[in-house]
Design a protein around this ligand. Structure first.
Ligand code: ATP
Length: 296
C-alpha cells in the first residue's frame, strides 16, 4: 500500500472543547511524499519499521497500524495474524500525519486481504476512532475538514501544486503544540484565521500564485514559539524563490508552495545548501488516499 502525507493549506484552530479537542476548520491536501506498507499473513501480529526516523516509531500496540489491524480484525470476527512492514518516507512527528497515513493504508490493505468488504465510508468510521487525521488519509485529494478534522468534504482543486518540504532535525509533539497555542491565547489574543472561502476559490482556479498568499496555519505561532529556528527556515524558502511557506500542521516540517515543478527543484537545491534544515524533499499534490499499489 502507498500512504500519502498531508499538508494543511489552512488550519484554523477554534476553542477548546469539553472533550479536550479543539474545534478545527482545515483544508488538507494529500502529497506524494509517502510511506510504503507491506502486509504478510503470519502466525501472530507484528510491526516492523524501516526508513526515515524508524528508530522513533513504536513497533508494539502504540503503533497506529497495530491498532488498525486489531480494530478491523475485531470487526471481521477474526484474529489479526499479519506482519506489517512500514517503510517511512514521511518524517516522524513532522506534522505530516505519517502515523495516520500508515493506519489508513493498513485498513485499506487488510480490508482487501481478509475480504472484509467494507466501503471506504465504513472504513472512515473505523479510521476516525483511530485518530483525527486518519479519515483524510483514506480519501486523499483535497478536502475541507471540520470537527477534529474527521468530518470531511471534498474540495475542487484544479491543478497539481508543487511543494518543497524542509524536514527538521527533531520532531514536535502535536499535543505540546496545541498546549502552547492555549498558553499564547491565555496571555494575549493572537490573531486567528477566518473561514477559508477565498482559499477554496484559489484552489478551484488552480493558480498557485493566487493560492500562495491565502495559506495559513494557527499552529504556526506556537510551533515557532517552541522552535524559533523555524523562522530562519521559512525565510530561507521564500528567499530561495518559493511563492509562500508555512509550518505544516503542528510542525516542525516547513512546506513551500512553488510556481512549477522546475521552480520546486530549484528552490529545493538552494534550500539544501542553506543549512536551515535536516533535509529537503519535493512533492506534489493532490494525490489519492491510501491505496493498494502492488501484489505478490
Ligand atoms: P499528527 O498526525 O498528530 O500531526 P505527526 O504527523 O506530527 O502527527 P506522526 O509521524 O504521525 O507525527 O507521529 C507522531 C507520533 O506517533 C510518533 O512520535 C510515534 O511515537 C507515534 N506513532 C504511532 N504509529 C506511528 C507510525 N506508524 N508512524 C509514525 N509514528 C507513529
Amino acid at each position: 500500500m502507498r500512504a500519502p502525507s498531508k499538508v494543511n493549506l489552512h488550519l484554523g484552530v477554534g476553542d477548546l472543547r469539553d472533550d479536550g479537542y479543539h474545534e478545527l476548520t482545515t483544508v488538507f491536501q494529500a502529497l506524494s511524499l509517502s510511506d510504503d506498507i507491506e502486509i504478510t499473513p503470519a502466525a501472530s501480529l507484528s510491526v516492523r519499521v524501516s526508513g526515515e526516523g524508524a528508530e522513533q516509531v513504536p513497533t508494539d500496540r502504540m503503533n497506529l497500524v497495530w491498532q488498525a489491524a486489531v480494530r478491523l480484525a475485531h470487526r471481521a470476527g477474526r484474529a489479526p495474524l499479519v506482519e506489517i512492514a512500514i517503510r517511512k518516507g514521511i518524517p516522524v512527528a513532522g506534522g505530516m500525519a505519517g502515523g495516520s497515513a500508515d493506519a489508513a493504508a493498513a485498513l485499506v490493505g487488510l480490508n482487501e486481504l481478509w475480504d472484509v468488504g467494507l466501503t471506504r465510508d465504513e472504513l472512515a468510521t473505523l479510521a476516525a476512532e483511530l485518530g483525527s487525521d486518519v479519515p483524510f488519509a483514506l480519501y486523499g485529494g483535497t478536502a475541507l475538514g471540520r470537527g477534529r478534522g474527521e468530518k470531511l468534504l471534498p474540495v475542487l482543486s484544479r491543478s497539481t501544486f508543487h511543494w518543497v518540504l524542509a524536514l527538521a532535525r527533531d520532531g514536535l509533539s502535536t499535543p505540546t503544540v496545541f498546549r502552547e497555542l492555549d498558553r499564547l491565547r491565555e496571555q494575549g489574543d493572537p490573531p486567528r484565521l477566518g473561514e477559508p472561502q477565498e482559499l477554496l476559490q484559489a484552489l478551484a482556479s488552480g493558480d498557485p500564485a493566487q493560492l500562495a498568499p491565502l495559506l495559513g496555519n494557527d499552529l504556526q505561532a506556537p510551533a515557532l514559539s517552541l522552535k524559533p529556528d523555524l523562522r530562519r527556515t521559512l525565510r530561507a524558502g521564500t528567499t530561495a524563490g518559493a511563492l509562500a511557506g508555512l509550518v505544516s500542521g503542528s510542525g516542525p516540517t516547513c512546506a513551500f508552495l512553488c510556481e512549477s515543478e522546475d521552480a520546486a527543484i530549484a528552490v529545493a537545491a538552494e534550500l539544501s545548501g542553506a543549512g536551515v534544515c535536516r533535509s529537503v524533499r519535493t512533492a506534489s499534490g493532490p494525490v489519492p488516499g491510501a491505496r493498494v499499489v502492488g501484489e505478490h
